[in-house]
Design a protein around this ligand. Sequence first.
Ligand code: KIV
Ligand code: NA
Length: 277
Amino acid sequence: AAKVTVPSLLDKKLAHEPITVVTAYDYASARLVDEVGLDVILVGDSLAMVMQGHENTLAITMDEMLLYTRGVRRAVRRALLVADMPFGSYQIDESEGVANALRFVKEAGAEAVKIEGGRERVDLVRRIVGAQVPVMGHIGLTPQSVHRMGGYKVQGKTLAAIEEMRADALALEDAGCFAIVLEGVPRELAKIVTDELHVPTIGIGAGPDCDGQVLVLHDMMTMTFSAPAKFVRRYADVSGIMREALGNYKRDVETHQFPSDAESYHLSQEMRDRMAA
Ligand code: KIV
Ligand code: NA
């Protein structure tokens, strides 16, 4: 299948073909995602939580995001590779934000970056897009705003919040975003925003009317350790499979069932005879 590009995602929206997105943070997972043929692989800063065990996404650094993105890059041939700009890498000033976006392309092979925020990011988005780095927007429940939001809560429930989110989405599109993630948004509002935009919306906890969907790989595979959010569908119980396999390995070693003779290397017959002599 043909390489996924920024323009090809716009074509998918026009053709009403759903866009498939999932996170990946390592070579093996990214290789599987790419081989199965999903459209976009996001190296999300959610890796701070699911890969590193942090409480939230705030602590992860540029250097860490670059390290994970490089491993994913080596695996991906077809999917569009998008990297999350971490908290602190674009909030200080726009020049620093542009410089950090360029690092993802130059040092890690990302094809686009994702930035959280609405109208307050318009000037930054214009400058990064002007530097020829495609930008994915991200509005609604923006996890880097956890302290301002007072926790992870569905956004856009009041009339004022609905109007603000519509204005944010239109402003980001006007600034040049090629797609916008809608996270933790009522289905009805996600549909309004999706219908108003020319660029695709990618929903997570935003209902079925978005142009595409994204899930965190560890959530959908059950590689997390607490109850999932309402919007997560568990497509596999990987932690269950791993627990069983690890238990079996432990038992086999402890009972001398592993390794077998067939799983061992052997000296040649000649060497065995000499050693026995
Ligand atoms: O970090 C992440 O995984 C994300 C997606 C959930 C959109 O931002
Ligand atoms: Na993120």
